[in-house]
Design a protein around this ligand. Structure first.
Ligand code: KIV
Ligand code: ZN
Length: 390
C-alpha cells in the first residue's frame, strides 16, 4: 500500500477529454472541452486528463485553456516517451494551479516489436524521459502501455526504472481490455510487493472494456492497493470504451460495506455530466447502461411496479436523486409550450439559444400534431436535424 494517499481514499482521474475523445467520431470543440472540464472539476474529479498536447494545435490550446481556468483539480496532459512531446505537454499544463505530466510507452512484446527497441534500450528510454519530465515538474505519471500483456519480470523492471527516475504515479493500463478481475488484482499486488520504492508512489488502474470487465477490473485493482482509477463519463473511449466513472464511483458508494474506499465525487452531478457528454460527443447512452441508462431506474413489469410502489428498495439499490436524476414529470405533447421544451432539452443535455429554440419549437409542434407521444429520442432526433440544418 502506498503512503502518499489516505488508506481509503481513491483518486478519480477522468480521461473523457483525452481517451474518451479518441473514440472515432467523438471529437469535441474547444468550448465544449472547457465546459466539460469545468463540470468535471465542480463534480470533484481529482485529476482531469485534458488532452494530448503534441497531437495538434487544437489539443495544445484546449489543454492550456483548461489549465488556466482550473482551480482544485490537477490538470494532466499526455505525452509519448520523447523529450519534444514532454516539453510540449509541460508548456500546455504549466498554467494550471496543479499540473501533471503523464508520459507513456508500450512495453509488451508487440509494442517492443513496433518501436524496435530491445528491453535494455526501452529501459534506457524510460529512464531518460521520466528524468527529463521530473526535471521540469514534480508531479509525474508514468504508464507502461499494454502492461497486462507484458512479461511480469520486465514489467517490474520498467516500473522500478520509472520510480527511480522520479515518477510519482504509476498507472497500469489494460490497454486492450484483456485482463480479468483476479489477474488485475494480482498484478497490482505483485508490483507493490516486488518493486523497490513502490510504497513511495500512487498506483493507478486504467482499464478498457473490450470484454465488459473494465469496472470489475478497476475495483479489483483498488482492493489490491491501487489508489487511482482512470475512467471516463459514460465509459466513452476507443473500441468498447474505458471504465465508466459513474459505475466505479457508485459501486464504491453503494457497496462501501465490502469495498471500504471513498472518492471525492459529488454523485448528484453524475446525470448532468452524463447527458452533456452524450450530447457533445454524439454517443448516445444505451438504455440499459448501468447507473445512467434511461431504463436504469424505470420499472415496467407489474411485479416490479407493485414492489417499488410499496417499498422503493424492493428493486432499487440506489436512489435516483443520488445521481442527480429528477423525476421526469414533463409529458411532452402538442399542448406543451416553449418553456417546457427548453427545460426538457436541458434535461437531455442540450442548452438552446433563443434562435435554436424557435427553430426546434416549430418542428416539435409539427411532429406533435402527427404523433401522440413524444419520446426523448424524438427530441434528440430533432436536435440532430438542427445540427444538420445549421
Ligand atoms: O490504454 C492505454 O494504454 C492508454 C495509455 C496512454 C495510458 O490510454
Ligand atoms: Zn486507454
Amino acid at each position: 500500500m502506498n503512503t502518499k494517499t489516505e488508506q481509503d481514499r481513491v483518486l478519480i482521474f477522468d480521461t473523457t477529454l483525452r481517451d474518451g475523445e479518441q473514440s472515432p467520431g467523438a471529437t469535441m470543440t474547444h468550448e465544449e472541452k472547457l465546459e466539460l472540464a469545468a463540470l468535471l472539476e465542480e463534480m470533484g474529479v481529482d485529476i482531469i486528463e485534458a488532452g494530448f498536447p503534441i497531437a495538434s494545435v487544437g489539443d495544445f490550446e484546449a489543454v492550456s485553456a483548461i489549465a488556466r481556468q482550473s482551480d482544485r483539480s490537477v490538470i494532466c496532459g499526455l505525452s509519448r516517451a520523447a523529450f519534444t512531446d514532454i516539453d510540449r505537454c509541460w508548456e500546455a499544463v504549466k498554467h494550471a494551479r496543479r499540473a501533471r505530466i503523464h508520459t507513456f510507452i508500450g512495453v509488451s512484446p508487440t509494442h517492443r516489436d513496433i518501436t524496435n527497441l530491445t528491453m535494455d534500450a526501452m529501459v534506457e528510454r524510460i529512464h531518460a524521459t521520466v528524468t527529463h519530465a521530473r526535471n521540469l515538474h514534480d508531479d509525474i505519471q508514468w504508464s507502461p502501455m499494454d502492461a497486462t500483456r507484458t512479461e511480469r519480470d520486465f514489467l517490474c523492471r520498467v516500473v522500478e526504472t520509472a520510480i527511480k527516475a522520479g515518477a510519482t504515479t504509476i498507472n497500469i493500463p489494460d490497454t486492450v481490455g484483456y485482463t480479468a478481475p483476479r489477474e488485475s488484482a494480482d498484478l497490482i499486488r505483485m508490483l507493490i510487493e516486488r518493486v523497490p520504492g513502490a510504497d513511495e508512489v500512487v498506483f493507478s488502474t486504467h482499464c478498457h472494456n473490450d470484454l465488459g470487465m473494465a469496472t470489475a477490473n478497476s475495483l479489483a485493482a483498488v482492493e489490491a492497493g491501487a489508489r487511482q482509477i482512470e475512467c471516463t463519463i459514460n465509459g466513452l473511449g476507443e473500441r468498447a470504451g474505458n471504465t465508466a466513472l459513474e459505475e466505479v464511483v457508485m459501486a464504491l458508494r453503494v457497496r462501501n460495506d465490502i469495498m471500504p474506499y471513498r472518492t471525492g465525487i459529488d454523485t448528484t452531478r453524475i446525470m448532468n455530466l452524463s447527458r452533456r457528454v452524450a450530447a457533445i460527443s454524439g454517443f448516445a447512452v444505451q438504455y440499459n447502461k448501468a447507473v445512467v441508462g434511461k431504463n436504469a431506474f424505470l420499472h415496467e413489469s407489474g411485479i416490479h411496479q407493485d414492489g417499488v410502489l410499496k417499498n422503493v428498495e424492493t428493486f432499487e439499490i440506489m436512489k435516483p436523486e443520488d445521481i442527480g436524476l429528477v423525476a421526469n414529470n414533463i409529458a411532452m405533447g402538442k399542448h406543451s409550450g416553449r418553456a417546457a421544451l427548453r427545460t426538457k432539452m436541458r434535461e437531455l443535455g442540450f442548452e438552446l439559444s433563443d434562435n435554436q429554440l424557435n427553430d426546434v419549437f416549430v418542428r416539435f409542434k409539427a411532429l406533435a400534431d402527427r404523433k401522440k407521444e413524444i419520446y426523448d429520442e424524438d427530441l434528440i432526433a430533432l436536435m440532430a436535424d438542427t445540427a444538420t440544418n445549421a
